[in-house]
Design a protein around this ligand. Structure first.
Ligand SMILES: [Zn+2]
Ligand SMILES: [Zn+2]
Length: 124
């Protein structure tokens, strides 16, 4: 079950609402692939092949420098593949940087380390 997080910057007071985690429909690789752009989806299916490898999928918080938003992007890890597939920013289609640790993340608007998240609810 996924969580809806409200990310707030204590410094500039900007707020974002982001979906994190994954939903029930993401149990199958075929449905996970739909969260990615066509081109990436094709590549994922090609690499997965017939083997149907184990995978881990979730939406993760990230910071987009392009449109200066905190967004959630789809992240897929395939077993046996070192690099994860990461989807683009849903707002500007640019490349968003995953947030590993929110305490260390910098607000894309005011560049302060002042982001905090609270769980607002659940989805799926
Ligand atoms: Zn800020
Ligand atoms: Zn963006």
């Amino acid at each position: 079950m996924g969580e809806i997080k409200k990310v707030v910057c204590a410094s500039c007071k900007r707020e974002w609402q982001c979906m994190t985690g994954c939903g029930l429909s993401h149990a199958l690789l075929q449905s996970v692939v739909r969260e990615f752009p066509q081109e990436t989806g094709d590549k994922i299916m090609e690499e997965a092949g017939e083997a149907e490898p184990l995978f881990a999928f979730e939406y993760r918080l990230s910071v987009c420098g392009g449109c200066k938003n905190v967004v959630s992007v789809p992240v897929l890890e395939l077993e046996g593949r070192e690099e994860a597939f990461i989807g683009p920013c849903p707002v500007c289609q640019g490349e968003a940087a995953l947030i590993a640790d929110l305490d260390e993340a910098v607000c894309p608007v005011c560049n302060s380390k002042a982001l905090a998240a609270e769980t607002e609810g659940h989805w799926d």
